[in-house]
Design a protein around this ligand. Structure first.
Ligand code: SAM
Length: 279
């Protein structure tokens, strides 16, 4: 689990980078979120979903767009919650821009969904956020609480992220002692057992986990380099010397090219998709 100081650091990071978020994650989380929808109960006008650790509302948009494509009118209700006020401000901006009238959003920790009604949701999606909680089992219990009986929670975690590995290799070449700062969360979270056991400990039944592959994609290698050296990652090298910082871009570009080939713009990511039912 993320310890308190890592969790606080991540909150600050996500808060300040909310507007840039989708480019910053190379569209990865949206591609994996698409693979979560089939696990949820069918979408209807009366269904209610929770986008937990919503970021700017990637899952919220996906559910509403899918419902619209299926001709569902009125659209289902989606509640988006995130600990970072900057992310919730983005959800609100998206709601206004896209004319969403069935969305409510709240700045809340997923560990304590205070004010969110018990036994009220048909589905919860927590896409790449459970591992950020200092107490992930508490987060799982909260998802269980707000679901209706037979409701489903779908949670995703990383198994492999080539962009993170690119950064780890680049940092290892320059300042090996900082390599662990790239992904400052216990490596247990890369295992299937960690997410499964967390959901079981939270009280979920019929817990299943499936591996899904996708890509992190930017429009050019220069954009990949700019994202991987951008403000989101600054905390890693904030205290480095000027000489060390000067080595960063060439080293990261070398690792990008090792990973993608000379002109490639896609990197492999593998996620765990874990679904559990409230019985
Ligand atoms: C990698 S992002 C994923 C965002 C989004 N779910 C997506 O599909 O792209 C992780 C999100 O978890 C949020 N987060 C971190 N700790 C949290 C907590 N304790 N409670 C709720 N959200 C949290 C962050 O602010 C960030 O928006």
């Amino acid at each position: 689990m993320a310890n308190e100081s890592v969790a606080a650091q991540m909150k600050e990071q996500f808060d300040s980078q909310a507007a840039e978020y989708e480019r910053m994650v190379g569209g990865t989380t949206r591609r994996i979120a698409e693979k979560c929808l089939p696990y949820l109960p069918p979408i209807t006008s009366t269904s209610r979903f929770l986008d937990n650790g919503s970021g700017p509302g990637i899952v919220t948009r996906l559910i509403l767009d899918t419902a619209a494509e299926q001709g569902i009118n009125p659209l289902p209700h989606v509640t988006a919650v995130d600990i970072a006020p900057g992310m919730i401000a983005q959800v609100e901006a998206n709601a206004e821009h896209s004319g969403w009238t069935t969305v409510d959003s709240h700045v809340l920790s997923a560990e304590n969904l205070e004010g969110i009604q018990s036994d009220a949701y048909d589905g919860v999606v927590m896409n790449f956020a459970l591992f950020a909680l200092p107490d992930a089992v508490k987060g799982a219990r909260e998802m269980l609480r707000v679901l209706k009986p037979q409701g489903v929670a779908v949670v995703t975690t990383w198994k492999k992220s080539a962009p993170v590995e690119v950064l780890e290799k680049a940092v290892a070449a320059i300042r090996p002692q900082d390599t662990a700062n790239v992904f400052p969360i216990s490596k247990d979270w890369l295992t299937m057992e960690k997410v499964r056991d967390t959901m079981v400990a939270g009280g979920f039944s019929k817990v299943s986990v499936k591996e899904e592959r996708s890509v992190w994609k930017n429009s050019s290698q220069e954009e990949l380099l700019s994202v991987l050296t951008g403000p989101f990652w600054q905390r890693i090298w904030a205290n480095w010397s000027e000489e060390e910082k000067a080595r960063l871009k060439p080293e990261i570009m070398k690792q990008i090219q090792n990973e993608t080939g000379e002109k490639g713009v896609e990197m492999e990511i593998i996620a765990w998709i874990c679904a559990g039912v409230k019985e």
